[in-house]
Design a protein around this ligand. Structure first.
Ligand code: HMG
Ligand code: MG
Length: 306
């Protein structure tokens, strides 16, 4: 059974931009976020409070967040944060809280190689680094998402055992994450693998309503994987406007599932998202101009004739 409504968790301003070499001006990022909200997206991950040397593109988060923070009140309330920000550790949380962030996302890996490459930690150390962050966020009534990367395959280690993904996912929920996002960081998943992981998570007591899916479209599987997850009962889908994205610390991570491609499919299925596809496409076309190259989203290209 397909759901009547899907919550789109928009990551274009964070996952989308973090891999861009040329630094995008802060005002353009703010405008991007405003236009995404105006297109009807109610959860727009705004930026990250990671070490500025690790992700120079997002080093302006102190300047950016205050420019968009007012949007948080305008966006419809459904219990989850509207402008969540990525936070790796206590230092990141301090920075986010100082600016009044109401939602954060911690992130760990299901593989040792990526934990090291992305966080300079072992898997266990990364979990230990997240734990106090989640606890402190909750003391402040801040909503917490837990991202789990490399849930299907890893560029250094190959296929990732489902049991290990489930164990790490449970660790994130046990430490108090309100929701979980299962990342296919390098886009290698296929629908059968997605269904097998979701079934095993349920088997181990993880309720589907706390699970979101985060697909990258490297092998063109992101929409198929999404449809499989929706049929399983998942109601939160991460995507990136215009299909921007990738992770600078994972070789072969290309763009995220494009929000326009997702909305095209969901519109066709009669599933409500609240997103105005025309306004969203115009936003991605505008952003593509800022970045100086066409959007990789098939839907954006079809609708704008580029
Ligand atoms: P480290 O080098 O081990 O840092 O990096 P450290 O803990 O040893 O600290 C060294 C110095 O950095 C200290 O300063 C800290 O204060 C400072 P010092 O005392 O030497 O003067 N520092 C910070 N400064 C500002 N903000 C901070 C911060 N933390 C420490 N938050 C660290 C460890 C976690 C910081 C680093 O590895 C890092 O920032 N990594 C983030 C990488 C990243 O953002 N990757 C992309 C996002 S994940 C992703 O894209 C996947 C996802 O989309 C899902 C999917 O697709 O799978 C979410
Ligand atoms: Mg990602």
């Amino acid at each position: 059974d397909l759901p009547p409504r899907v919550r789109i968790y928009e990551v274009g301003a964070r996952d989308g931009l973090q891999n861009e070499k040329a630094v995008v001006p802060t005002e353009i990022k703010a405008e991007f976020i405003r236009r995404l909200a105006a297109a009807g997206l109610t959860t727009v991950e705004a930026t990250s409070f990671v070490h500025p040397k690790w992700v120079p593109q997002l080093a302006d988060s102190e300047q950016l967040f205050p420019l968009v923070r007012d949007l948080e009140q305008d966006l419809e309330r459904d219990g989850a944060a509207k402008l969540p920000v990525l936070v790796p550790n206590d230092r990141g949380l301090d920075r986010a809280l100082a600016l009044g962030a109401r939602g954060i996302a911690v992130f760990v890996s299901a593989t040792e190689s990526f934990a090291k490459a992305n966080l300079n930690r072992t898997m266990a150390e990364a979990l230990a680094m997240s734990e106090p962050v989640v606890a402190r966020a909750h003391e402040q009534k801040v909503h917490v998402r837990g991202y789990l990367s490399m849930c299907f395959g890893d560029p250094w280690e190959g296929p990732v055992p489902i049991a290990r993904v489930v164990r790490t996912a449970k660790a994130l929920l046990d430490m108090g994450c309100d929701e979980l996002s299962l990342g296919d960081t390098i886009g290698v998943a296929t629908p059968g693998h997605v269904l097998a992981l979701l079934a095993e998570l349920n088997e181990e007591g993880v309720p589907t309503d706390r699970i979101g899916v985060h697909f990258h479209d490297t092998y063109g599987q992101a929409l198929s994987n999404t449809l499989a997850a929706l049929q399983h009962g998942v109601r939160t889908v991460d995507s990136s406007a215009g299909g921007l994205g990738g992770c600078p610390y994972a070789k072969s991570a290309t763009g995220n599932l494009a929000t326009e491609d997702l909305v095209w499919m969901l519109d066709g299925l009669g599933i409500e998202t609240g997103v105005d596809l025309g306004r969203l496409t115009a936003t991605s076309a505008w952003m593509a101009e800022q970045l100086g190259r066409p959007s990789p989203s098939r839907t954006v290209r079809a609708l704008t004739g580029t």
